[in-house]
Write a protein that binds this ligand. Structure first.
Ligand SMILES: NC(=O)c1ccc[n+]([C@@H]2O[C@H](COP(=O)([O-])OP(=O)(O)OC[C@H]3O[C@@H](n4cnc5c(N)ncnc54)[C@H](O)[C@@H]3O)[C@@H](O)[C@H]2O)c1
Ligand SMILES: N[C@H](C(=O)O)[C@H](O)COP(=O)(O)O
Length: 336
């Protein structure tokens, strides 16, 4: 049976002064080589044209009115729903740019929720700049969750690369807050959501989830901290009783070498950098940030706005290509 065509993906530029716009131009240029599904941008045609010019690219940028038009034009031009105007110097973020990032993200969420687009790929934002305009939540994950009517705590961040998937159980909080935030409910809830998503969206029937300890040597039987004994191990036991293949807590420093990675499908980590350092060390140029637990598909490249190299033709489009491919694959799997 021939699969019916899905609606196109929708992408956002993120902060227009970051590398998001240029990487969307590069992604479109590589659409055949990367075998990308059709996508369109909710953003600014003028910003994308400026980005193409800075890249010395002849990629046409066409303003469209809807997703159907976007699909019609995708073969010959990068389609954009032109909702924003103004020019933005690469590397020079502005308040107006943060507002555009917020408003275009909100519009893109609405398009996916309405079924007009099959998935959302978000460009990088600058969190501090977004906070200054009253952005809801620490990042796009929480914003998209709220747009979907999902409690931010139930929108689970996973970073994925070819040989590693990681889940930070606590994310954009100060390290000093992590021990008090780590409770059994949080660990059990987020790993349960992740296990279901790995089955549904990645086709892993019985995902193996390795859980890291918080303390060095996973606490050394309680001699180097108590969280493993009082909280993490009991949470793992509860998950296992519920039929989830969770193991640990493991000493984090021996989870990420090749032999360690071969033992699991997802590494559940206690805090942001415990998860993202190994992922970005191994897969920075192809890493994808995937939000699990949402009714929609949402991915983003694994990096930020890279203001220091925006407009300099130095940014790799690898993570953006990987994010678009993964969003398309998940969307296809969900409709199979
Ligand atoms: N997904 C996101 O929206 C996201 C992710 C991380 C950071 N941020 C935000 O981005 C801003 C800058 O954060 P940062 O500097 O810590 O992280 P960053 O990812 O923007 O940059 C870190 C380093 O990686 C390099 N880099 C980033 N993307 C690259 C690419 N595509 N190709 C080549 N090199 C690349 C940068 O030049 C820099 O040296 C902050 O405001 C942060 O909040 C956003
Ligand atoms: N934690 C991710 C990273 O460091 O790559 C990124 O900041 C995610 O942020 P969003 O919730 O805005 O996608």
């Amino acid at each position: 049976m021939i699969a019916r065509p899905l609606p196109p993906l929708v992408a956002t530029m993120g902060d227009p002064a970051g590398v998001g716009p240029e990487l969307l131009v590069r992604a479109w240029e590589n659409r055949h080589a990367a075998n990308l599904p059709p996508f369109f941008v909710v953003g600014s045609a003028s910003v994308l044209r400026d980005a193409a010019r800075q890249l010395d690219s002849d990629a046409p940028i066409v303003a469209v009115d809807n997703a159907d038009e976007a699909v019609e034009h995708f073969a010959t031009a990068l389609p954009v729903l032109d909702l924003a105007s103004g020019s933005y110097a690469p590397g020079c973020p502005t308040r107006e740019g943060a507002i555009i990032a917020r408003d275009t993200l909100a519009h893109a969420c609405d398009l996916v929720l309405a079924g007009t687009a099959s998935g959302l790929v978000t460009g990088p934002i600058a969190k501090a700049a977004m906070q200054e305009i009253g952005f809801a939540g620490p990042g796009q994950t929480e914003f998209v969750a709220q747009a979907c009517g999902v409690a931010p705590a139930d929108a689970v961040m996973m970073l994925a690369g070819p040989s590693l998937r990681v889940l930070p159980l606590t994310v954009h909080v100060a390290l000093e807050q992590v021990p008090q935030m780590l409770d059994r409910q949080l660990i059990e809830r987020r790993i349960t959501i992740a296990a279901a998503a790995l089955s549904r969206d990645f086709g892993i029937d019985r995902p193996r989830i390795a859980v890291a300890g918080l303390n060095p040597h996973a606490g050394e039987q309680g001699q180097l901290g108590q969280q493993e004994v009082t909280t993490i191990a009991p949470a793992i036991a509860t998950l296992r009783a519920a039929g989830i293949d969770a193991t640990g807590p493991f000493a984090a420093d021996t989870m990420f070498h090749a032999a360690g990675r071969a033992r699991y499908d997802l590494a559940a980590c206690m805090y942001h950098d415990q998860a993202l350092i190994p992922l970005k060390a191994l897969h920075f140029d192809e890493g994808v940030n995937v939000t699990l637990g949402l009714p929609i598909v949402r991915t983003s490249p694994d990096h930020g706005t890279a203001f220091s190299i925006a407009g300099l033709r130095k940014a790799s489009a690898g993570p953006t290509l990987a994010a678009l491919k993964m969003a398309g694959e998940i969307a296809r799997r969900r409709t199979a």
